[in-house]
Ligand binder design. Structure first.
Ligand code: B4P
Length: 208
């Protein structure tokens, strides 16, 4: 009973980091459900804005379809606003953010402003061949199910997304490693095995 109450009161503030298709979205949803905290995916926020045709979505659409990163100002503004929502009080998982060192620096500023801090950054490691296979499988499965295929899941665009990752996003890993927050997880295993490892790694870092 006491353990349950402690679990209820404690916070988990984490980042799920990794290349496109590493399973950030897949794992964030599962871990967020385990801790009953929201998954804040900048990819989903941007896709929703594109679908709704908002001014922000119109700025993001072309960049996303080309496999490029959307401007730091747009993404940071989305995250800043979302972190003000009451449901993040017990914690959150940032999925796909930050994707540049500038975003990481701005996130630190936002968290300091609102009196919050990060507990852990999980980096999912998956090699490029497997990333390309997973994204191709997602596109095939969506088409077979009659669902919308993500424009950026086209094989040529995936190569550009990977290039963007190595040029602009990979340095974020070093940023958090030097802050003592980074933990690498082998993302090549089954979905369930990866989730178990993340839950094991995170259960001792929650705070009040
Ligand atoms: P995201 O929506 O973040 O897309 P992603 O990197 O492809 O997704 P993820 O790693 O979550 O893969 P998933 O779990 O789905 O970004 C899309 C675009 O938005 C970016 O290219 C950029 O333009 C823009 N954007 C987003 N955030 C931004 C930011 N902060 N700054 C600037 N621009 C930004 O997994 C992929 C597939 O693998 C799935 O089909 C899944 O079922 C499968 N899978 C997962 N884990 C597996 C496992 N263990 N084994 C086998 N298959 C697995």
């Amino acid at each position: 009973m006491l353990a349950h109450l402690i679990e209820e009161a404690s916070k988990m503030q984490m980042i799920m980091f990794g290349p496109p298709g590493a399973g950030k979205g897949t794992q964030s949803k599962r871990v967020a459900a385990h801790y009953s905290i929201p998954q804040l995916s900048t990819g989903d926020m941007l896709r929703d804005a594109v679908a709704a045709g908002t001014p922000l979505g119109m700025r993001a659409k072309d960049l996303m379809e080309r496999g490029a990163l959307v401007g730091d100002d747009i993404v940071v503004a989305c995250v800043r606003q979302r972190l003000m929502d009451a449901d993040t009080q017990r914690g959150f998982i940032l999925d796909g953010f930050p994707r540049t060192v500038a975003q990481a620096v701005e996130l630190n500023e936002v968290l300091t402003e609102i009196g919050r801090r990060l507990d852990i950054v999980i980096e999912l490691s998956v090699d490029d061949d497997e990333l390309e296979k997973r994204i191709a499988a997602r596109a095939r499965n969506a088409a077979a199910a009659g669902e919308k295929v993500r424009v950026d899941d086209d094989p040529q665009t995936v190569k550009l997304r990977l290039r963007e990752f190595y040029n602009n996003t990979q340095p974020v890993s070093e940023f958090y490693r030097s802050a003592g927050l980074l933990v690498k997880v082998d993302g090549l295993r089954d979905v369930e095995q990866v989730t178990s490892e993340i839950i094991n790694l995170t259960k001792d870092v929650r705070h009040f």
